[in-house]
Design a binder for this molecule. Structure first.
Ligand SMILES: Nc1ncnc2c1ncn2[C@@H]1O[C@H](COP(=O)(O)OP(=O)(O)OP(=O)(O)O)[C@@H](O)[C@H]1O
Ligand SMILES: [Mg+2]
Length: 462
């Protein structure tokens, strides 16, 4: 497990960060000022230091020098407010990994932390860092006890020992990526890299160079050689997400990697060998696509040595309650709250709902419910706001009216809830959400910042 040092003069923030990160299995120490941080750095080894740019009792650059005395030096992430950003940039020039803007939510910080550690893993293969991620994909983080999920766990345990290709199917948000990760991190390759590629996110030519890399001069703008994901994943696992969205041409190239374990970079003649395990995922019907001639049959059989089909959340019975408890705990920690439970009526609402977006939707709902709840119990009232749909008036005329509930509402909460719904509906593309809400992109962006709404896809810089 990675050892993290968190430096910030806000003690509440420190203890909240600690308990959240510890709940994922990391070991965390915190320091409130420069001297405390320096002492910890002298006496203990850390993999990662997350520090505010303004440290009481010393300068950030001085702290960076202390950090660099460790061998291998820990990764440093800088937290900064807008007005200290120049100083933060200087720290990055001195070797810090990146800057996280304050205010941040703790899950957001976790996201950056993982990315920083991941990056370090890539740069230093010998550094046995993959173990640190095992936890994210541990069964303890995969909640479920229903028979179908138990069966999934069995398959995961069995295939983890092999190098067979696996296809994971299931509706959106059912946990396909989580399962892919658990297979990798429980396999013999767990010390190798786990490389994710979303085949739907890139147009064909970009996907090809992403997967296979390119040689210098392969196309305009290719001013240096770049290795691709298959090469990066050597000795580990590549996760081809949304695999049905690959073009037939790319499918042929992937097939060759599966059959011969070799390929060429785009614009190159040298044959590159790579030993990777392929796990793929899709929520489309590959058999249907095969019939339509859009997916190669030979590739399908190669990828599909083992199939794991994840059931939708509505078919998982009592698991929904376990997941609710898990997410309430996770998100109340993240926002410095101590929410103990869910009111019975609220739990009933959650179990009755059909969850088209599955666990992701449930997770988002709980996250928002936690934010809206003021007491220590989440009630049906908070959920009702989240589930709010336009009332269908009998004559159809009042269709665009939103009715005020008798007990009144908090306008800000309603606004935030509608913004979240618009973002979800438009796949977190702010421009489309702005259109749905009839405001300019700038206005929406302002509100997003004000409400502290974030989404991981906004940071994956592509
Ligand atoms: N059984 C589970 N226990 C806890 N968290 C889960 C579980 N299943 C999924 N999640 C969480 O739900 C979210 C969605 O999961 P994931 O990204 O793996 O879904 P997916 O099937 O890949 O979705 P998509 O098809 O939309 O890409 C993630 O935050 C994941 O951590
Ligand atoms: Mg996914």
């Amino acid at each position: 497990m990675p050892d993290l040092l968190f430096v910030d003069s806000d003690e509440n923030l420190c203890t909240d960060v600690c308990s959240y990160f510890r709940s994922t299995g990391m070991r965390v120490e915190y320091a409130l000022d420069f001297d405390a941080a320096a002492t910890l750095l002298r006496d203990q080894r850390f993999d990662l230091v997350i520090t505010d740019v303004a440290i009481a009792g010393g300068g950030i650059l001085d702290l960076m020098r202390r950090v660099r005395r460790q061998e291998p030096p820990p990764v440093v992430l800088i937290n900064s407010e807008v007005d200290t950003v120049d100083e933060a940039v200087r720290a990055v020039k001195e070797g810090a990994f990146g800057i996280v803007r304050k205010p941040f939510t703790i899950p957001e910080l976790m996201f950056h932390t993982k990315r920083a550690l991941d990056q370090r893993g890539r740069g230093q293969r010998s550094f046995a860092q993959t173990e640190r991620f095992t936890n994210v994909y541990q069964p303890t983080n995969f909640i479920g006890e229903c028979p179908e999920i138990k069966q999934v766990f069995d398959i995961v345990a069995r295939v983890a020992r092999t190098r067979s290709s696996v296809i994971i199917t299931g509706e959106t948000g059912t946990g396909k990526e989580l399962i892919a990760g658990s297979i990798h991190y429980n396999s013999e390759r767990s010390r190798g890299p786990f490389v994710r590629v979303n085949c739907a996110a890139l147009p064909e030519t970009l996907l090809e160079s992403e997967l296979f890399g390119y040689e210098r001069g392969a196309f305009t703008g290719a001013d240096r050689m770049r290795i691709g994901r298959f090469e990066q994943a050597d000795g580990g696992t590549i996760f081809l997400d949304e695999v049905a969205d690959m073009s037939l041409y790319t499918q042929a190239k992937v097939l060759r990697v599966l059959q011969e374990r070799e390929f060429e970079r785009v614009g190159g003649n040298d044959t590159i060998k790579s030993d990777v395990r392929i796990i793929s995922a899709t929520n489309k019907d590959l058999l249907q696509l095969m019939e339509e001639g859009k997916f190669r049959e030979d590739l399908y059989y190669r990828l599909n040595v083992v199939t794991i089909d994840l059931p939708p959340l509505r078919d998982r019975g009592h698991d929904i309650q376990l997941l609710v408890q898990f997410f309430v705990r996770k998100y109340s920690l993240a926002v410095h709250r101590r929410i103990r439970s869910m009111h019975r009526e609220a739990m009933d609402m959650l179990t009755r709902y059909h969850w088209p977006g599955n666990i992701r939707e449930l997770e988002n709902t709980i996250e928002r419910a936690v934010l809206m709840t003021e007491g220590d119990v989440i009630t049906a009232r908070e959920l009702r706001l989240l589930f709010a749909r336009r009332p269908r008036a009998a004559d159809g005329n009042e269709d665009d009216q939103i009715t005020l509930p008798p007990e009144g509402v908090k306008l800000e909460e309603v606004e935030k809830s509608l913004i979240m719904q618009a973002l979800e509906k438009s796949n977190w593309v702010q421009k489309d959400a702005a259109t749905l809400l009839n405001v300019s992109g700038r206005v929406l962006n302002y509100k997003i910042k004000r409400f502290g709404i974030t989404h991981s896809s906004w940071r994956q810089n592509r």
